[in-house]
Ligand binder design. Structure first.
Ligand code: SF4
Length: 489
């Protein structure tokens, strides 16, 4: 699709093609239904516990939107605070620059291995591949990301990247692959969650104890104190963030918050929306470096990679408020049936459908704004009230405009829409069409329903039934009865 930005996967099919293939995979659908259903129920239970949940959502939305309006100011404040606390800030305009910076920093330490945590943004820039080209091995330490890495797979969910795998598949991957990367899986490994977790723990422990360099993402960074934070459930993050001598954090510029106090809102919204927990089991925060405690060398790489361009769009920019909780994925009927791979992007589901086209340009992900039923479940679930349906519709219009600007041959659907626009914008034409609609529809209808039509409308009507228009239009009825005052028959 594009080679200037790794947000979308090179060579991935468009969403409708990939979705058709995914729908045929019954195992995948079973795995997804089970996993998203469980998280969904947990989220509903814990959010219902708080009387002020709606106020928290409103506060989160307001804080994020205000911060985005003054992002430049807060980023400069963050740089000053991190530098003052002993860290170093680097600015990366795109994926290539971020990869160059991180690779140079790792090589300067003389190390050839790094451990990683919370690294969606490093997936976005394909950091592992860039490091591998320079002879540096990057080890994922999040359990789900470890499964994806060992399986030579791609993540399919923001929070649970291996959500498409069941326990038996994970056991097979561990048995087959762990030995190639380090400590092999124990003999006779079963698919019991406890045994799988223990195998991962033993495998990762030797990496944590050996690693001198860690690469992390970040959930938030406070501009006033320079504090960077990562929340997680397994403790792998805590190991990565405290044991190595050098810590390199790669963070999208939209993650900055004006003040440390703002965390009060987001540390309530995030765990409840993401894993359905009241609080995150591990919340790690660090401010620059501290002598004799934790990494002695801290680098913060601030990544743009399409975010500034997204910011220019006053409707679309709300996608940058996303705190990556994944609640919108778990409630989306489209995601639940197709899984994340069908989106062909590091960011799947409803948020991917609005974020990806903006980060890479709609022409590089033109099927994604259409990968939704516009049912609005994502908007209801989003803890920071991102109006995803509004952005989807906005981007659909942009896709149509982009196609028109390129002078591509209009599709039958586009021609019908054009004709409809012309009719609906003229009362005279609308009346004429309404007069003709009923007799014409009767010719092609069966038992009061218009079904499969021949010709260019065939693809559309094959999957949709339409009622035959009434004999008399509302406008004609209104004229005849003066709005019902003279009785109607
Ligand atoms: S868009 Fe909202 S619901 Fe979806 S991941 Fe982002 S914050 Fe969560």
């Amino acid at each position: 699709m594009t080679d200037s930005n790794n947000v979308v996967w090179l060579g991935a099919p468009s969403f409708p093609d990939a979705a058709r293939e995914a729908l045929a995979d019954t195992q995948l659908r079973t795995n997804l239904r089970k996993a998203t259903g469980t998280i969904r129920d947990k989220r509903l239970a814990v959010t219902a516990e708080l009387d002020d949940w709606e106020q928290l959502r409103t506060a989160g939305k307001a804080l994020k939107r205000r911060t985005l309006r003054h992002l430049d100011h807060h980023l400069v404040r963050l740089e000053e605070a991190v530098t003052k606390a002993g860290g170093q800030v680097h600015w990366a305009a795109d994926a290539a620059e971020a990869n160059r910076i991180v690779t140079a920093l790792v090589k300067a330490t003389g190390q050839t291995e790094v451990v990683k945590v919370k690294s969606m943004v490093t997936q976005e820039i394909a950091l592992n591949e860039a490091l591998a080209e320079e002879g540096v091995s990057a080890y994922e330490t999040d359990l789900a990301e470890l499964i994806v890495q060992l399986g030579d797979d791609r993540p399919s969910h923001i929070l649970v990247p291996a959500i498409h795998r069941n326990r038996a598949e994970i056991r097979d991957i561990f048995r087959r692959e762990m030995g190639k990367w380090g400590r092999p899986a124990p003999e006779g490994l079963t698919d019991r969650p406890r045994d799988l977790a223990e195998a991962a723990r033993l495998h990762l422990r030797e990496k944590f104890l050996r690693a001198k360099v860690a690469v992390s993402g970040a959930n938030f960074a406070a501009a006033d104190t320079g504090t960077v934070g990562v929340v997680e459930s397994e403790g792998n993050g805590r190991m990565c963030l405290t044991l190595p001598e050098t810590l390199i954090t790669v963070m999208g510029i939209e993650k900055v918050l004006p003040s440390f106090e703002d965390l009060e809102v987001f540390l309530q919204l995030l765990p409840r929306s993401s894993t359905g927990e009241r609080m995150n089991p591990y919340t790690s925060m660090w401010t620059g470096t501290t002598e004799g405690d934790g990494p002695q060398d801290f680098h913060l790489v601030l990544l743009d990679n399409g975010r500034t361009a997204t910011l220019k769009d006053t409707v679309g920019r709300q996608a940058l408020a996303c705190i990556r909780c994944s609640a919108c994925l778990n409630v989306c009927p489209v995601y639940e049936r197709t899984g994340g791979h069908a989106y062909g992007s590091v960011y799947p589901g409803p948020i991917g459908a609005v974020l990806t086209p903006q980060l890479v340009g709609v022409e590089h992900a033109e099927s994604l704004p259409f990968a939704s039923t516009l049912c609005g479940a994502c908007y209801d679930a989003c803890p920071v009230k991102i109006n995803i349906p509004e952005v989807l519709v906005h981007l659909r219009a942009e896709v149509v405009e982009a196609k028109r600007a390129k002078g591509r041959v209009p599709t039958p659907e586009a021609l019908v829409m054009k004709a409809a626009a012309s009719v609906l914008s003229s009362p005279v034409k609308l009346s004429a069409v309404q007069r003709l609609a009923h007799p014409a529809a009767r010719l092609v209808s069966r038992r009061g329903t218009i079904g499969n039509l021949p010709g260019p409308l065939g693809r559309w009507t094959r999957t949709r039934d339409t009622a035959v228009p009434p004999k008399e239009s509302l406008r004609a009825w209104w004229r005849r009865t003066r709005g019902g005052r003279e009785g109607s028959k």
